[in-house]
Design a binder for this molecule. Sequence first.
Ligand code: MLC
Ligand code: AMP
Length: 506
Amino acid sequence: MANPLYDQLFGCHAGKTTPFLHLPDGVTLTHAGFVARAARFANVLRAMGIAPGDRLAVQIDKSPDALAVYAACAQAGVIFLPLNPAYTAEEIRYFVTDSGAAAFVCQPARREEMAPVAKAAGTRLETLGAEGEGSLAAQADAADDSFTTAERSADDLAAFLYTSGTTGRSKGAMLTQGNLLSNAQTLVDLWQFTSNDVLLHALPIFHTHGLFVATNVTLVAGGAMVFLPKLDIDQLIAHMPQATAMMGVPTFYTRLLDDARFTRDVAANMRLFISGSAPLLAETHAAFEDRSGHRILERYGMTETNMNTSNPYDGERRAGTVGLPLPDVELKITDPETGKILPDGEIGSIEVRGPNVFKGYWQMPEKTAQELRADGFFITGDLGHRDADGYVTIVGRDKDLIISGGYNIYPKEVELLLDDQPGVLESAVIGVPHPDFGESVVAVLVARRGAEPDLEQITADLGASLAKFKQPRRLIVLPELPRNTMGKVQKNVLRETYADLFQPRA
Ligand code: MLC
Ligand code: AMP
């Protein structure tokens, strides 16, 4: 019987008494203990009638049990669908319904709020808390700690991650076992991870970065993690001397730099700092080296492809670039209009192909065909160029996307809600520079003739339907939106006008 993802991430560690998770309260979970806990959850899933190929949607806090549910899905052949706890019930309704999830696991405190969501989706509702509470944990406590692993192949689906879309509708990116495994193995080799590594883990585990990059890489290497519930600078600094590596979005690095306690001594045991998910400013790179003596290694990836490029471990880590294509990833820069390959140095659309590239969007063959070419190249929507020596630089995005603190916001989703508000004729949502989050969301509104939109009411209304990180930090009313001769809204003009909105005054 084979199940490559389970066997190579989890099963191979069964019986090992080496540490896997160091928790902030001082407790350490061994690899063997973790594998046994995962088997209990796998038994619970099977007892519920959840079969290989079914989806399990989870919107739960980060905890060892949450990670064990991921492992359980791999072992039972169930497709894991993690969701950001920041999502509102309205947002969740779409994901659970669209995915046809066989069950939905929510935080115990939100059970009542989510009951109508599960009912509308015709799915079963369970709960799981970070402290070992909830209905799923209770069933796991009573379940057997061994499980006959479901047979799967590298081509079978392992996870769905929803990514927002330019039309406002989220798309379920279907990732296979082979997508996840091939990338994790490539990164272990490239970044030289071994069983001696201890990764400082403060990222969320419902996105590619914290789950597939950080966790899978550690698991393939057989290493351990200091597993923090979220980014808390006090804890990050306190636990750094225990760790050898860290992965974070740029906000991790700017926040460390803002703290005088972060020194060379604190980072003395570390061998590697990795950044990704959003652009790392070259000045942050330089300031970090000055302070800690470490050159951050920047890499580039996305939900649909996992990681595509990385700066080298041993060679030059070039600030402002995302490095070279991974050994098993082909990358080309093309003309966005014609798809023709452009020469080195010219800016164009970044396309990638390799074992890392997803299968397509769940039940969206047309969207899949628009972005995933028949020859296997995925059109990333990022714009960049490649130097003669292979280094790739991202210069912008062809897609209308805002990245705030590593979370993606598609303006269309927010604009559709704003346009429905009383007194609002039209809106444009933009990202402007923000010192902590990199970019922050700003909404520009145009009032209907004679109307005066109630901005407080609008803010409250958005709050009820949109996760906090997507909500505009500012609402600005203008007499009209800037347009080009074709009548298209010039968001670049708005971005320039409001570029200094969140910048500290000189
Ligand atoms: C939290 N808030 C955010 C936010 N995160 N607002 C905008 N953007 C964000 N990213 C809100 C909170 O709700 C809160 O609202 C306020 O901001 C301040 O909260 P905080 O406590 O300061 O935020 P914090 O919990 O510290 O979170 C910031 C963060 C976190 C940057 C640490 O967002 C984070 O961990 N981001 C990582 C995202 C990630 O993993 N991305 C990878 C995607 S995968 P209020 O008003 O209630 O106070 C991918 C592919 C790849 O992109 O290449 O990796
Ligand atoms: P997501 O859809 O959450 O997976 O976000 C993927 C997007 O994040 C990419 O398409 C890029 O626009 C952006 N991204 C990821 N890593 C980097 C990086 N190192 N530099 C700049 N942008 C990045």
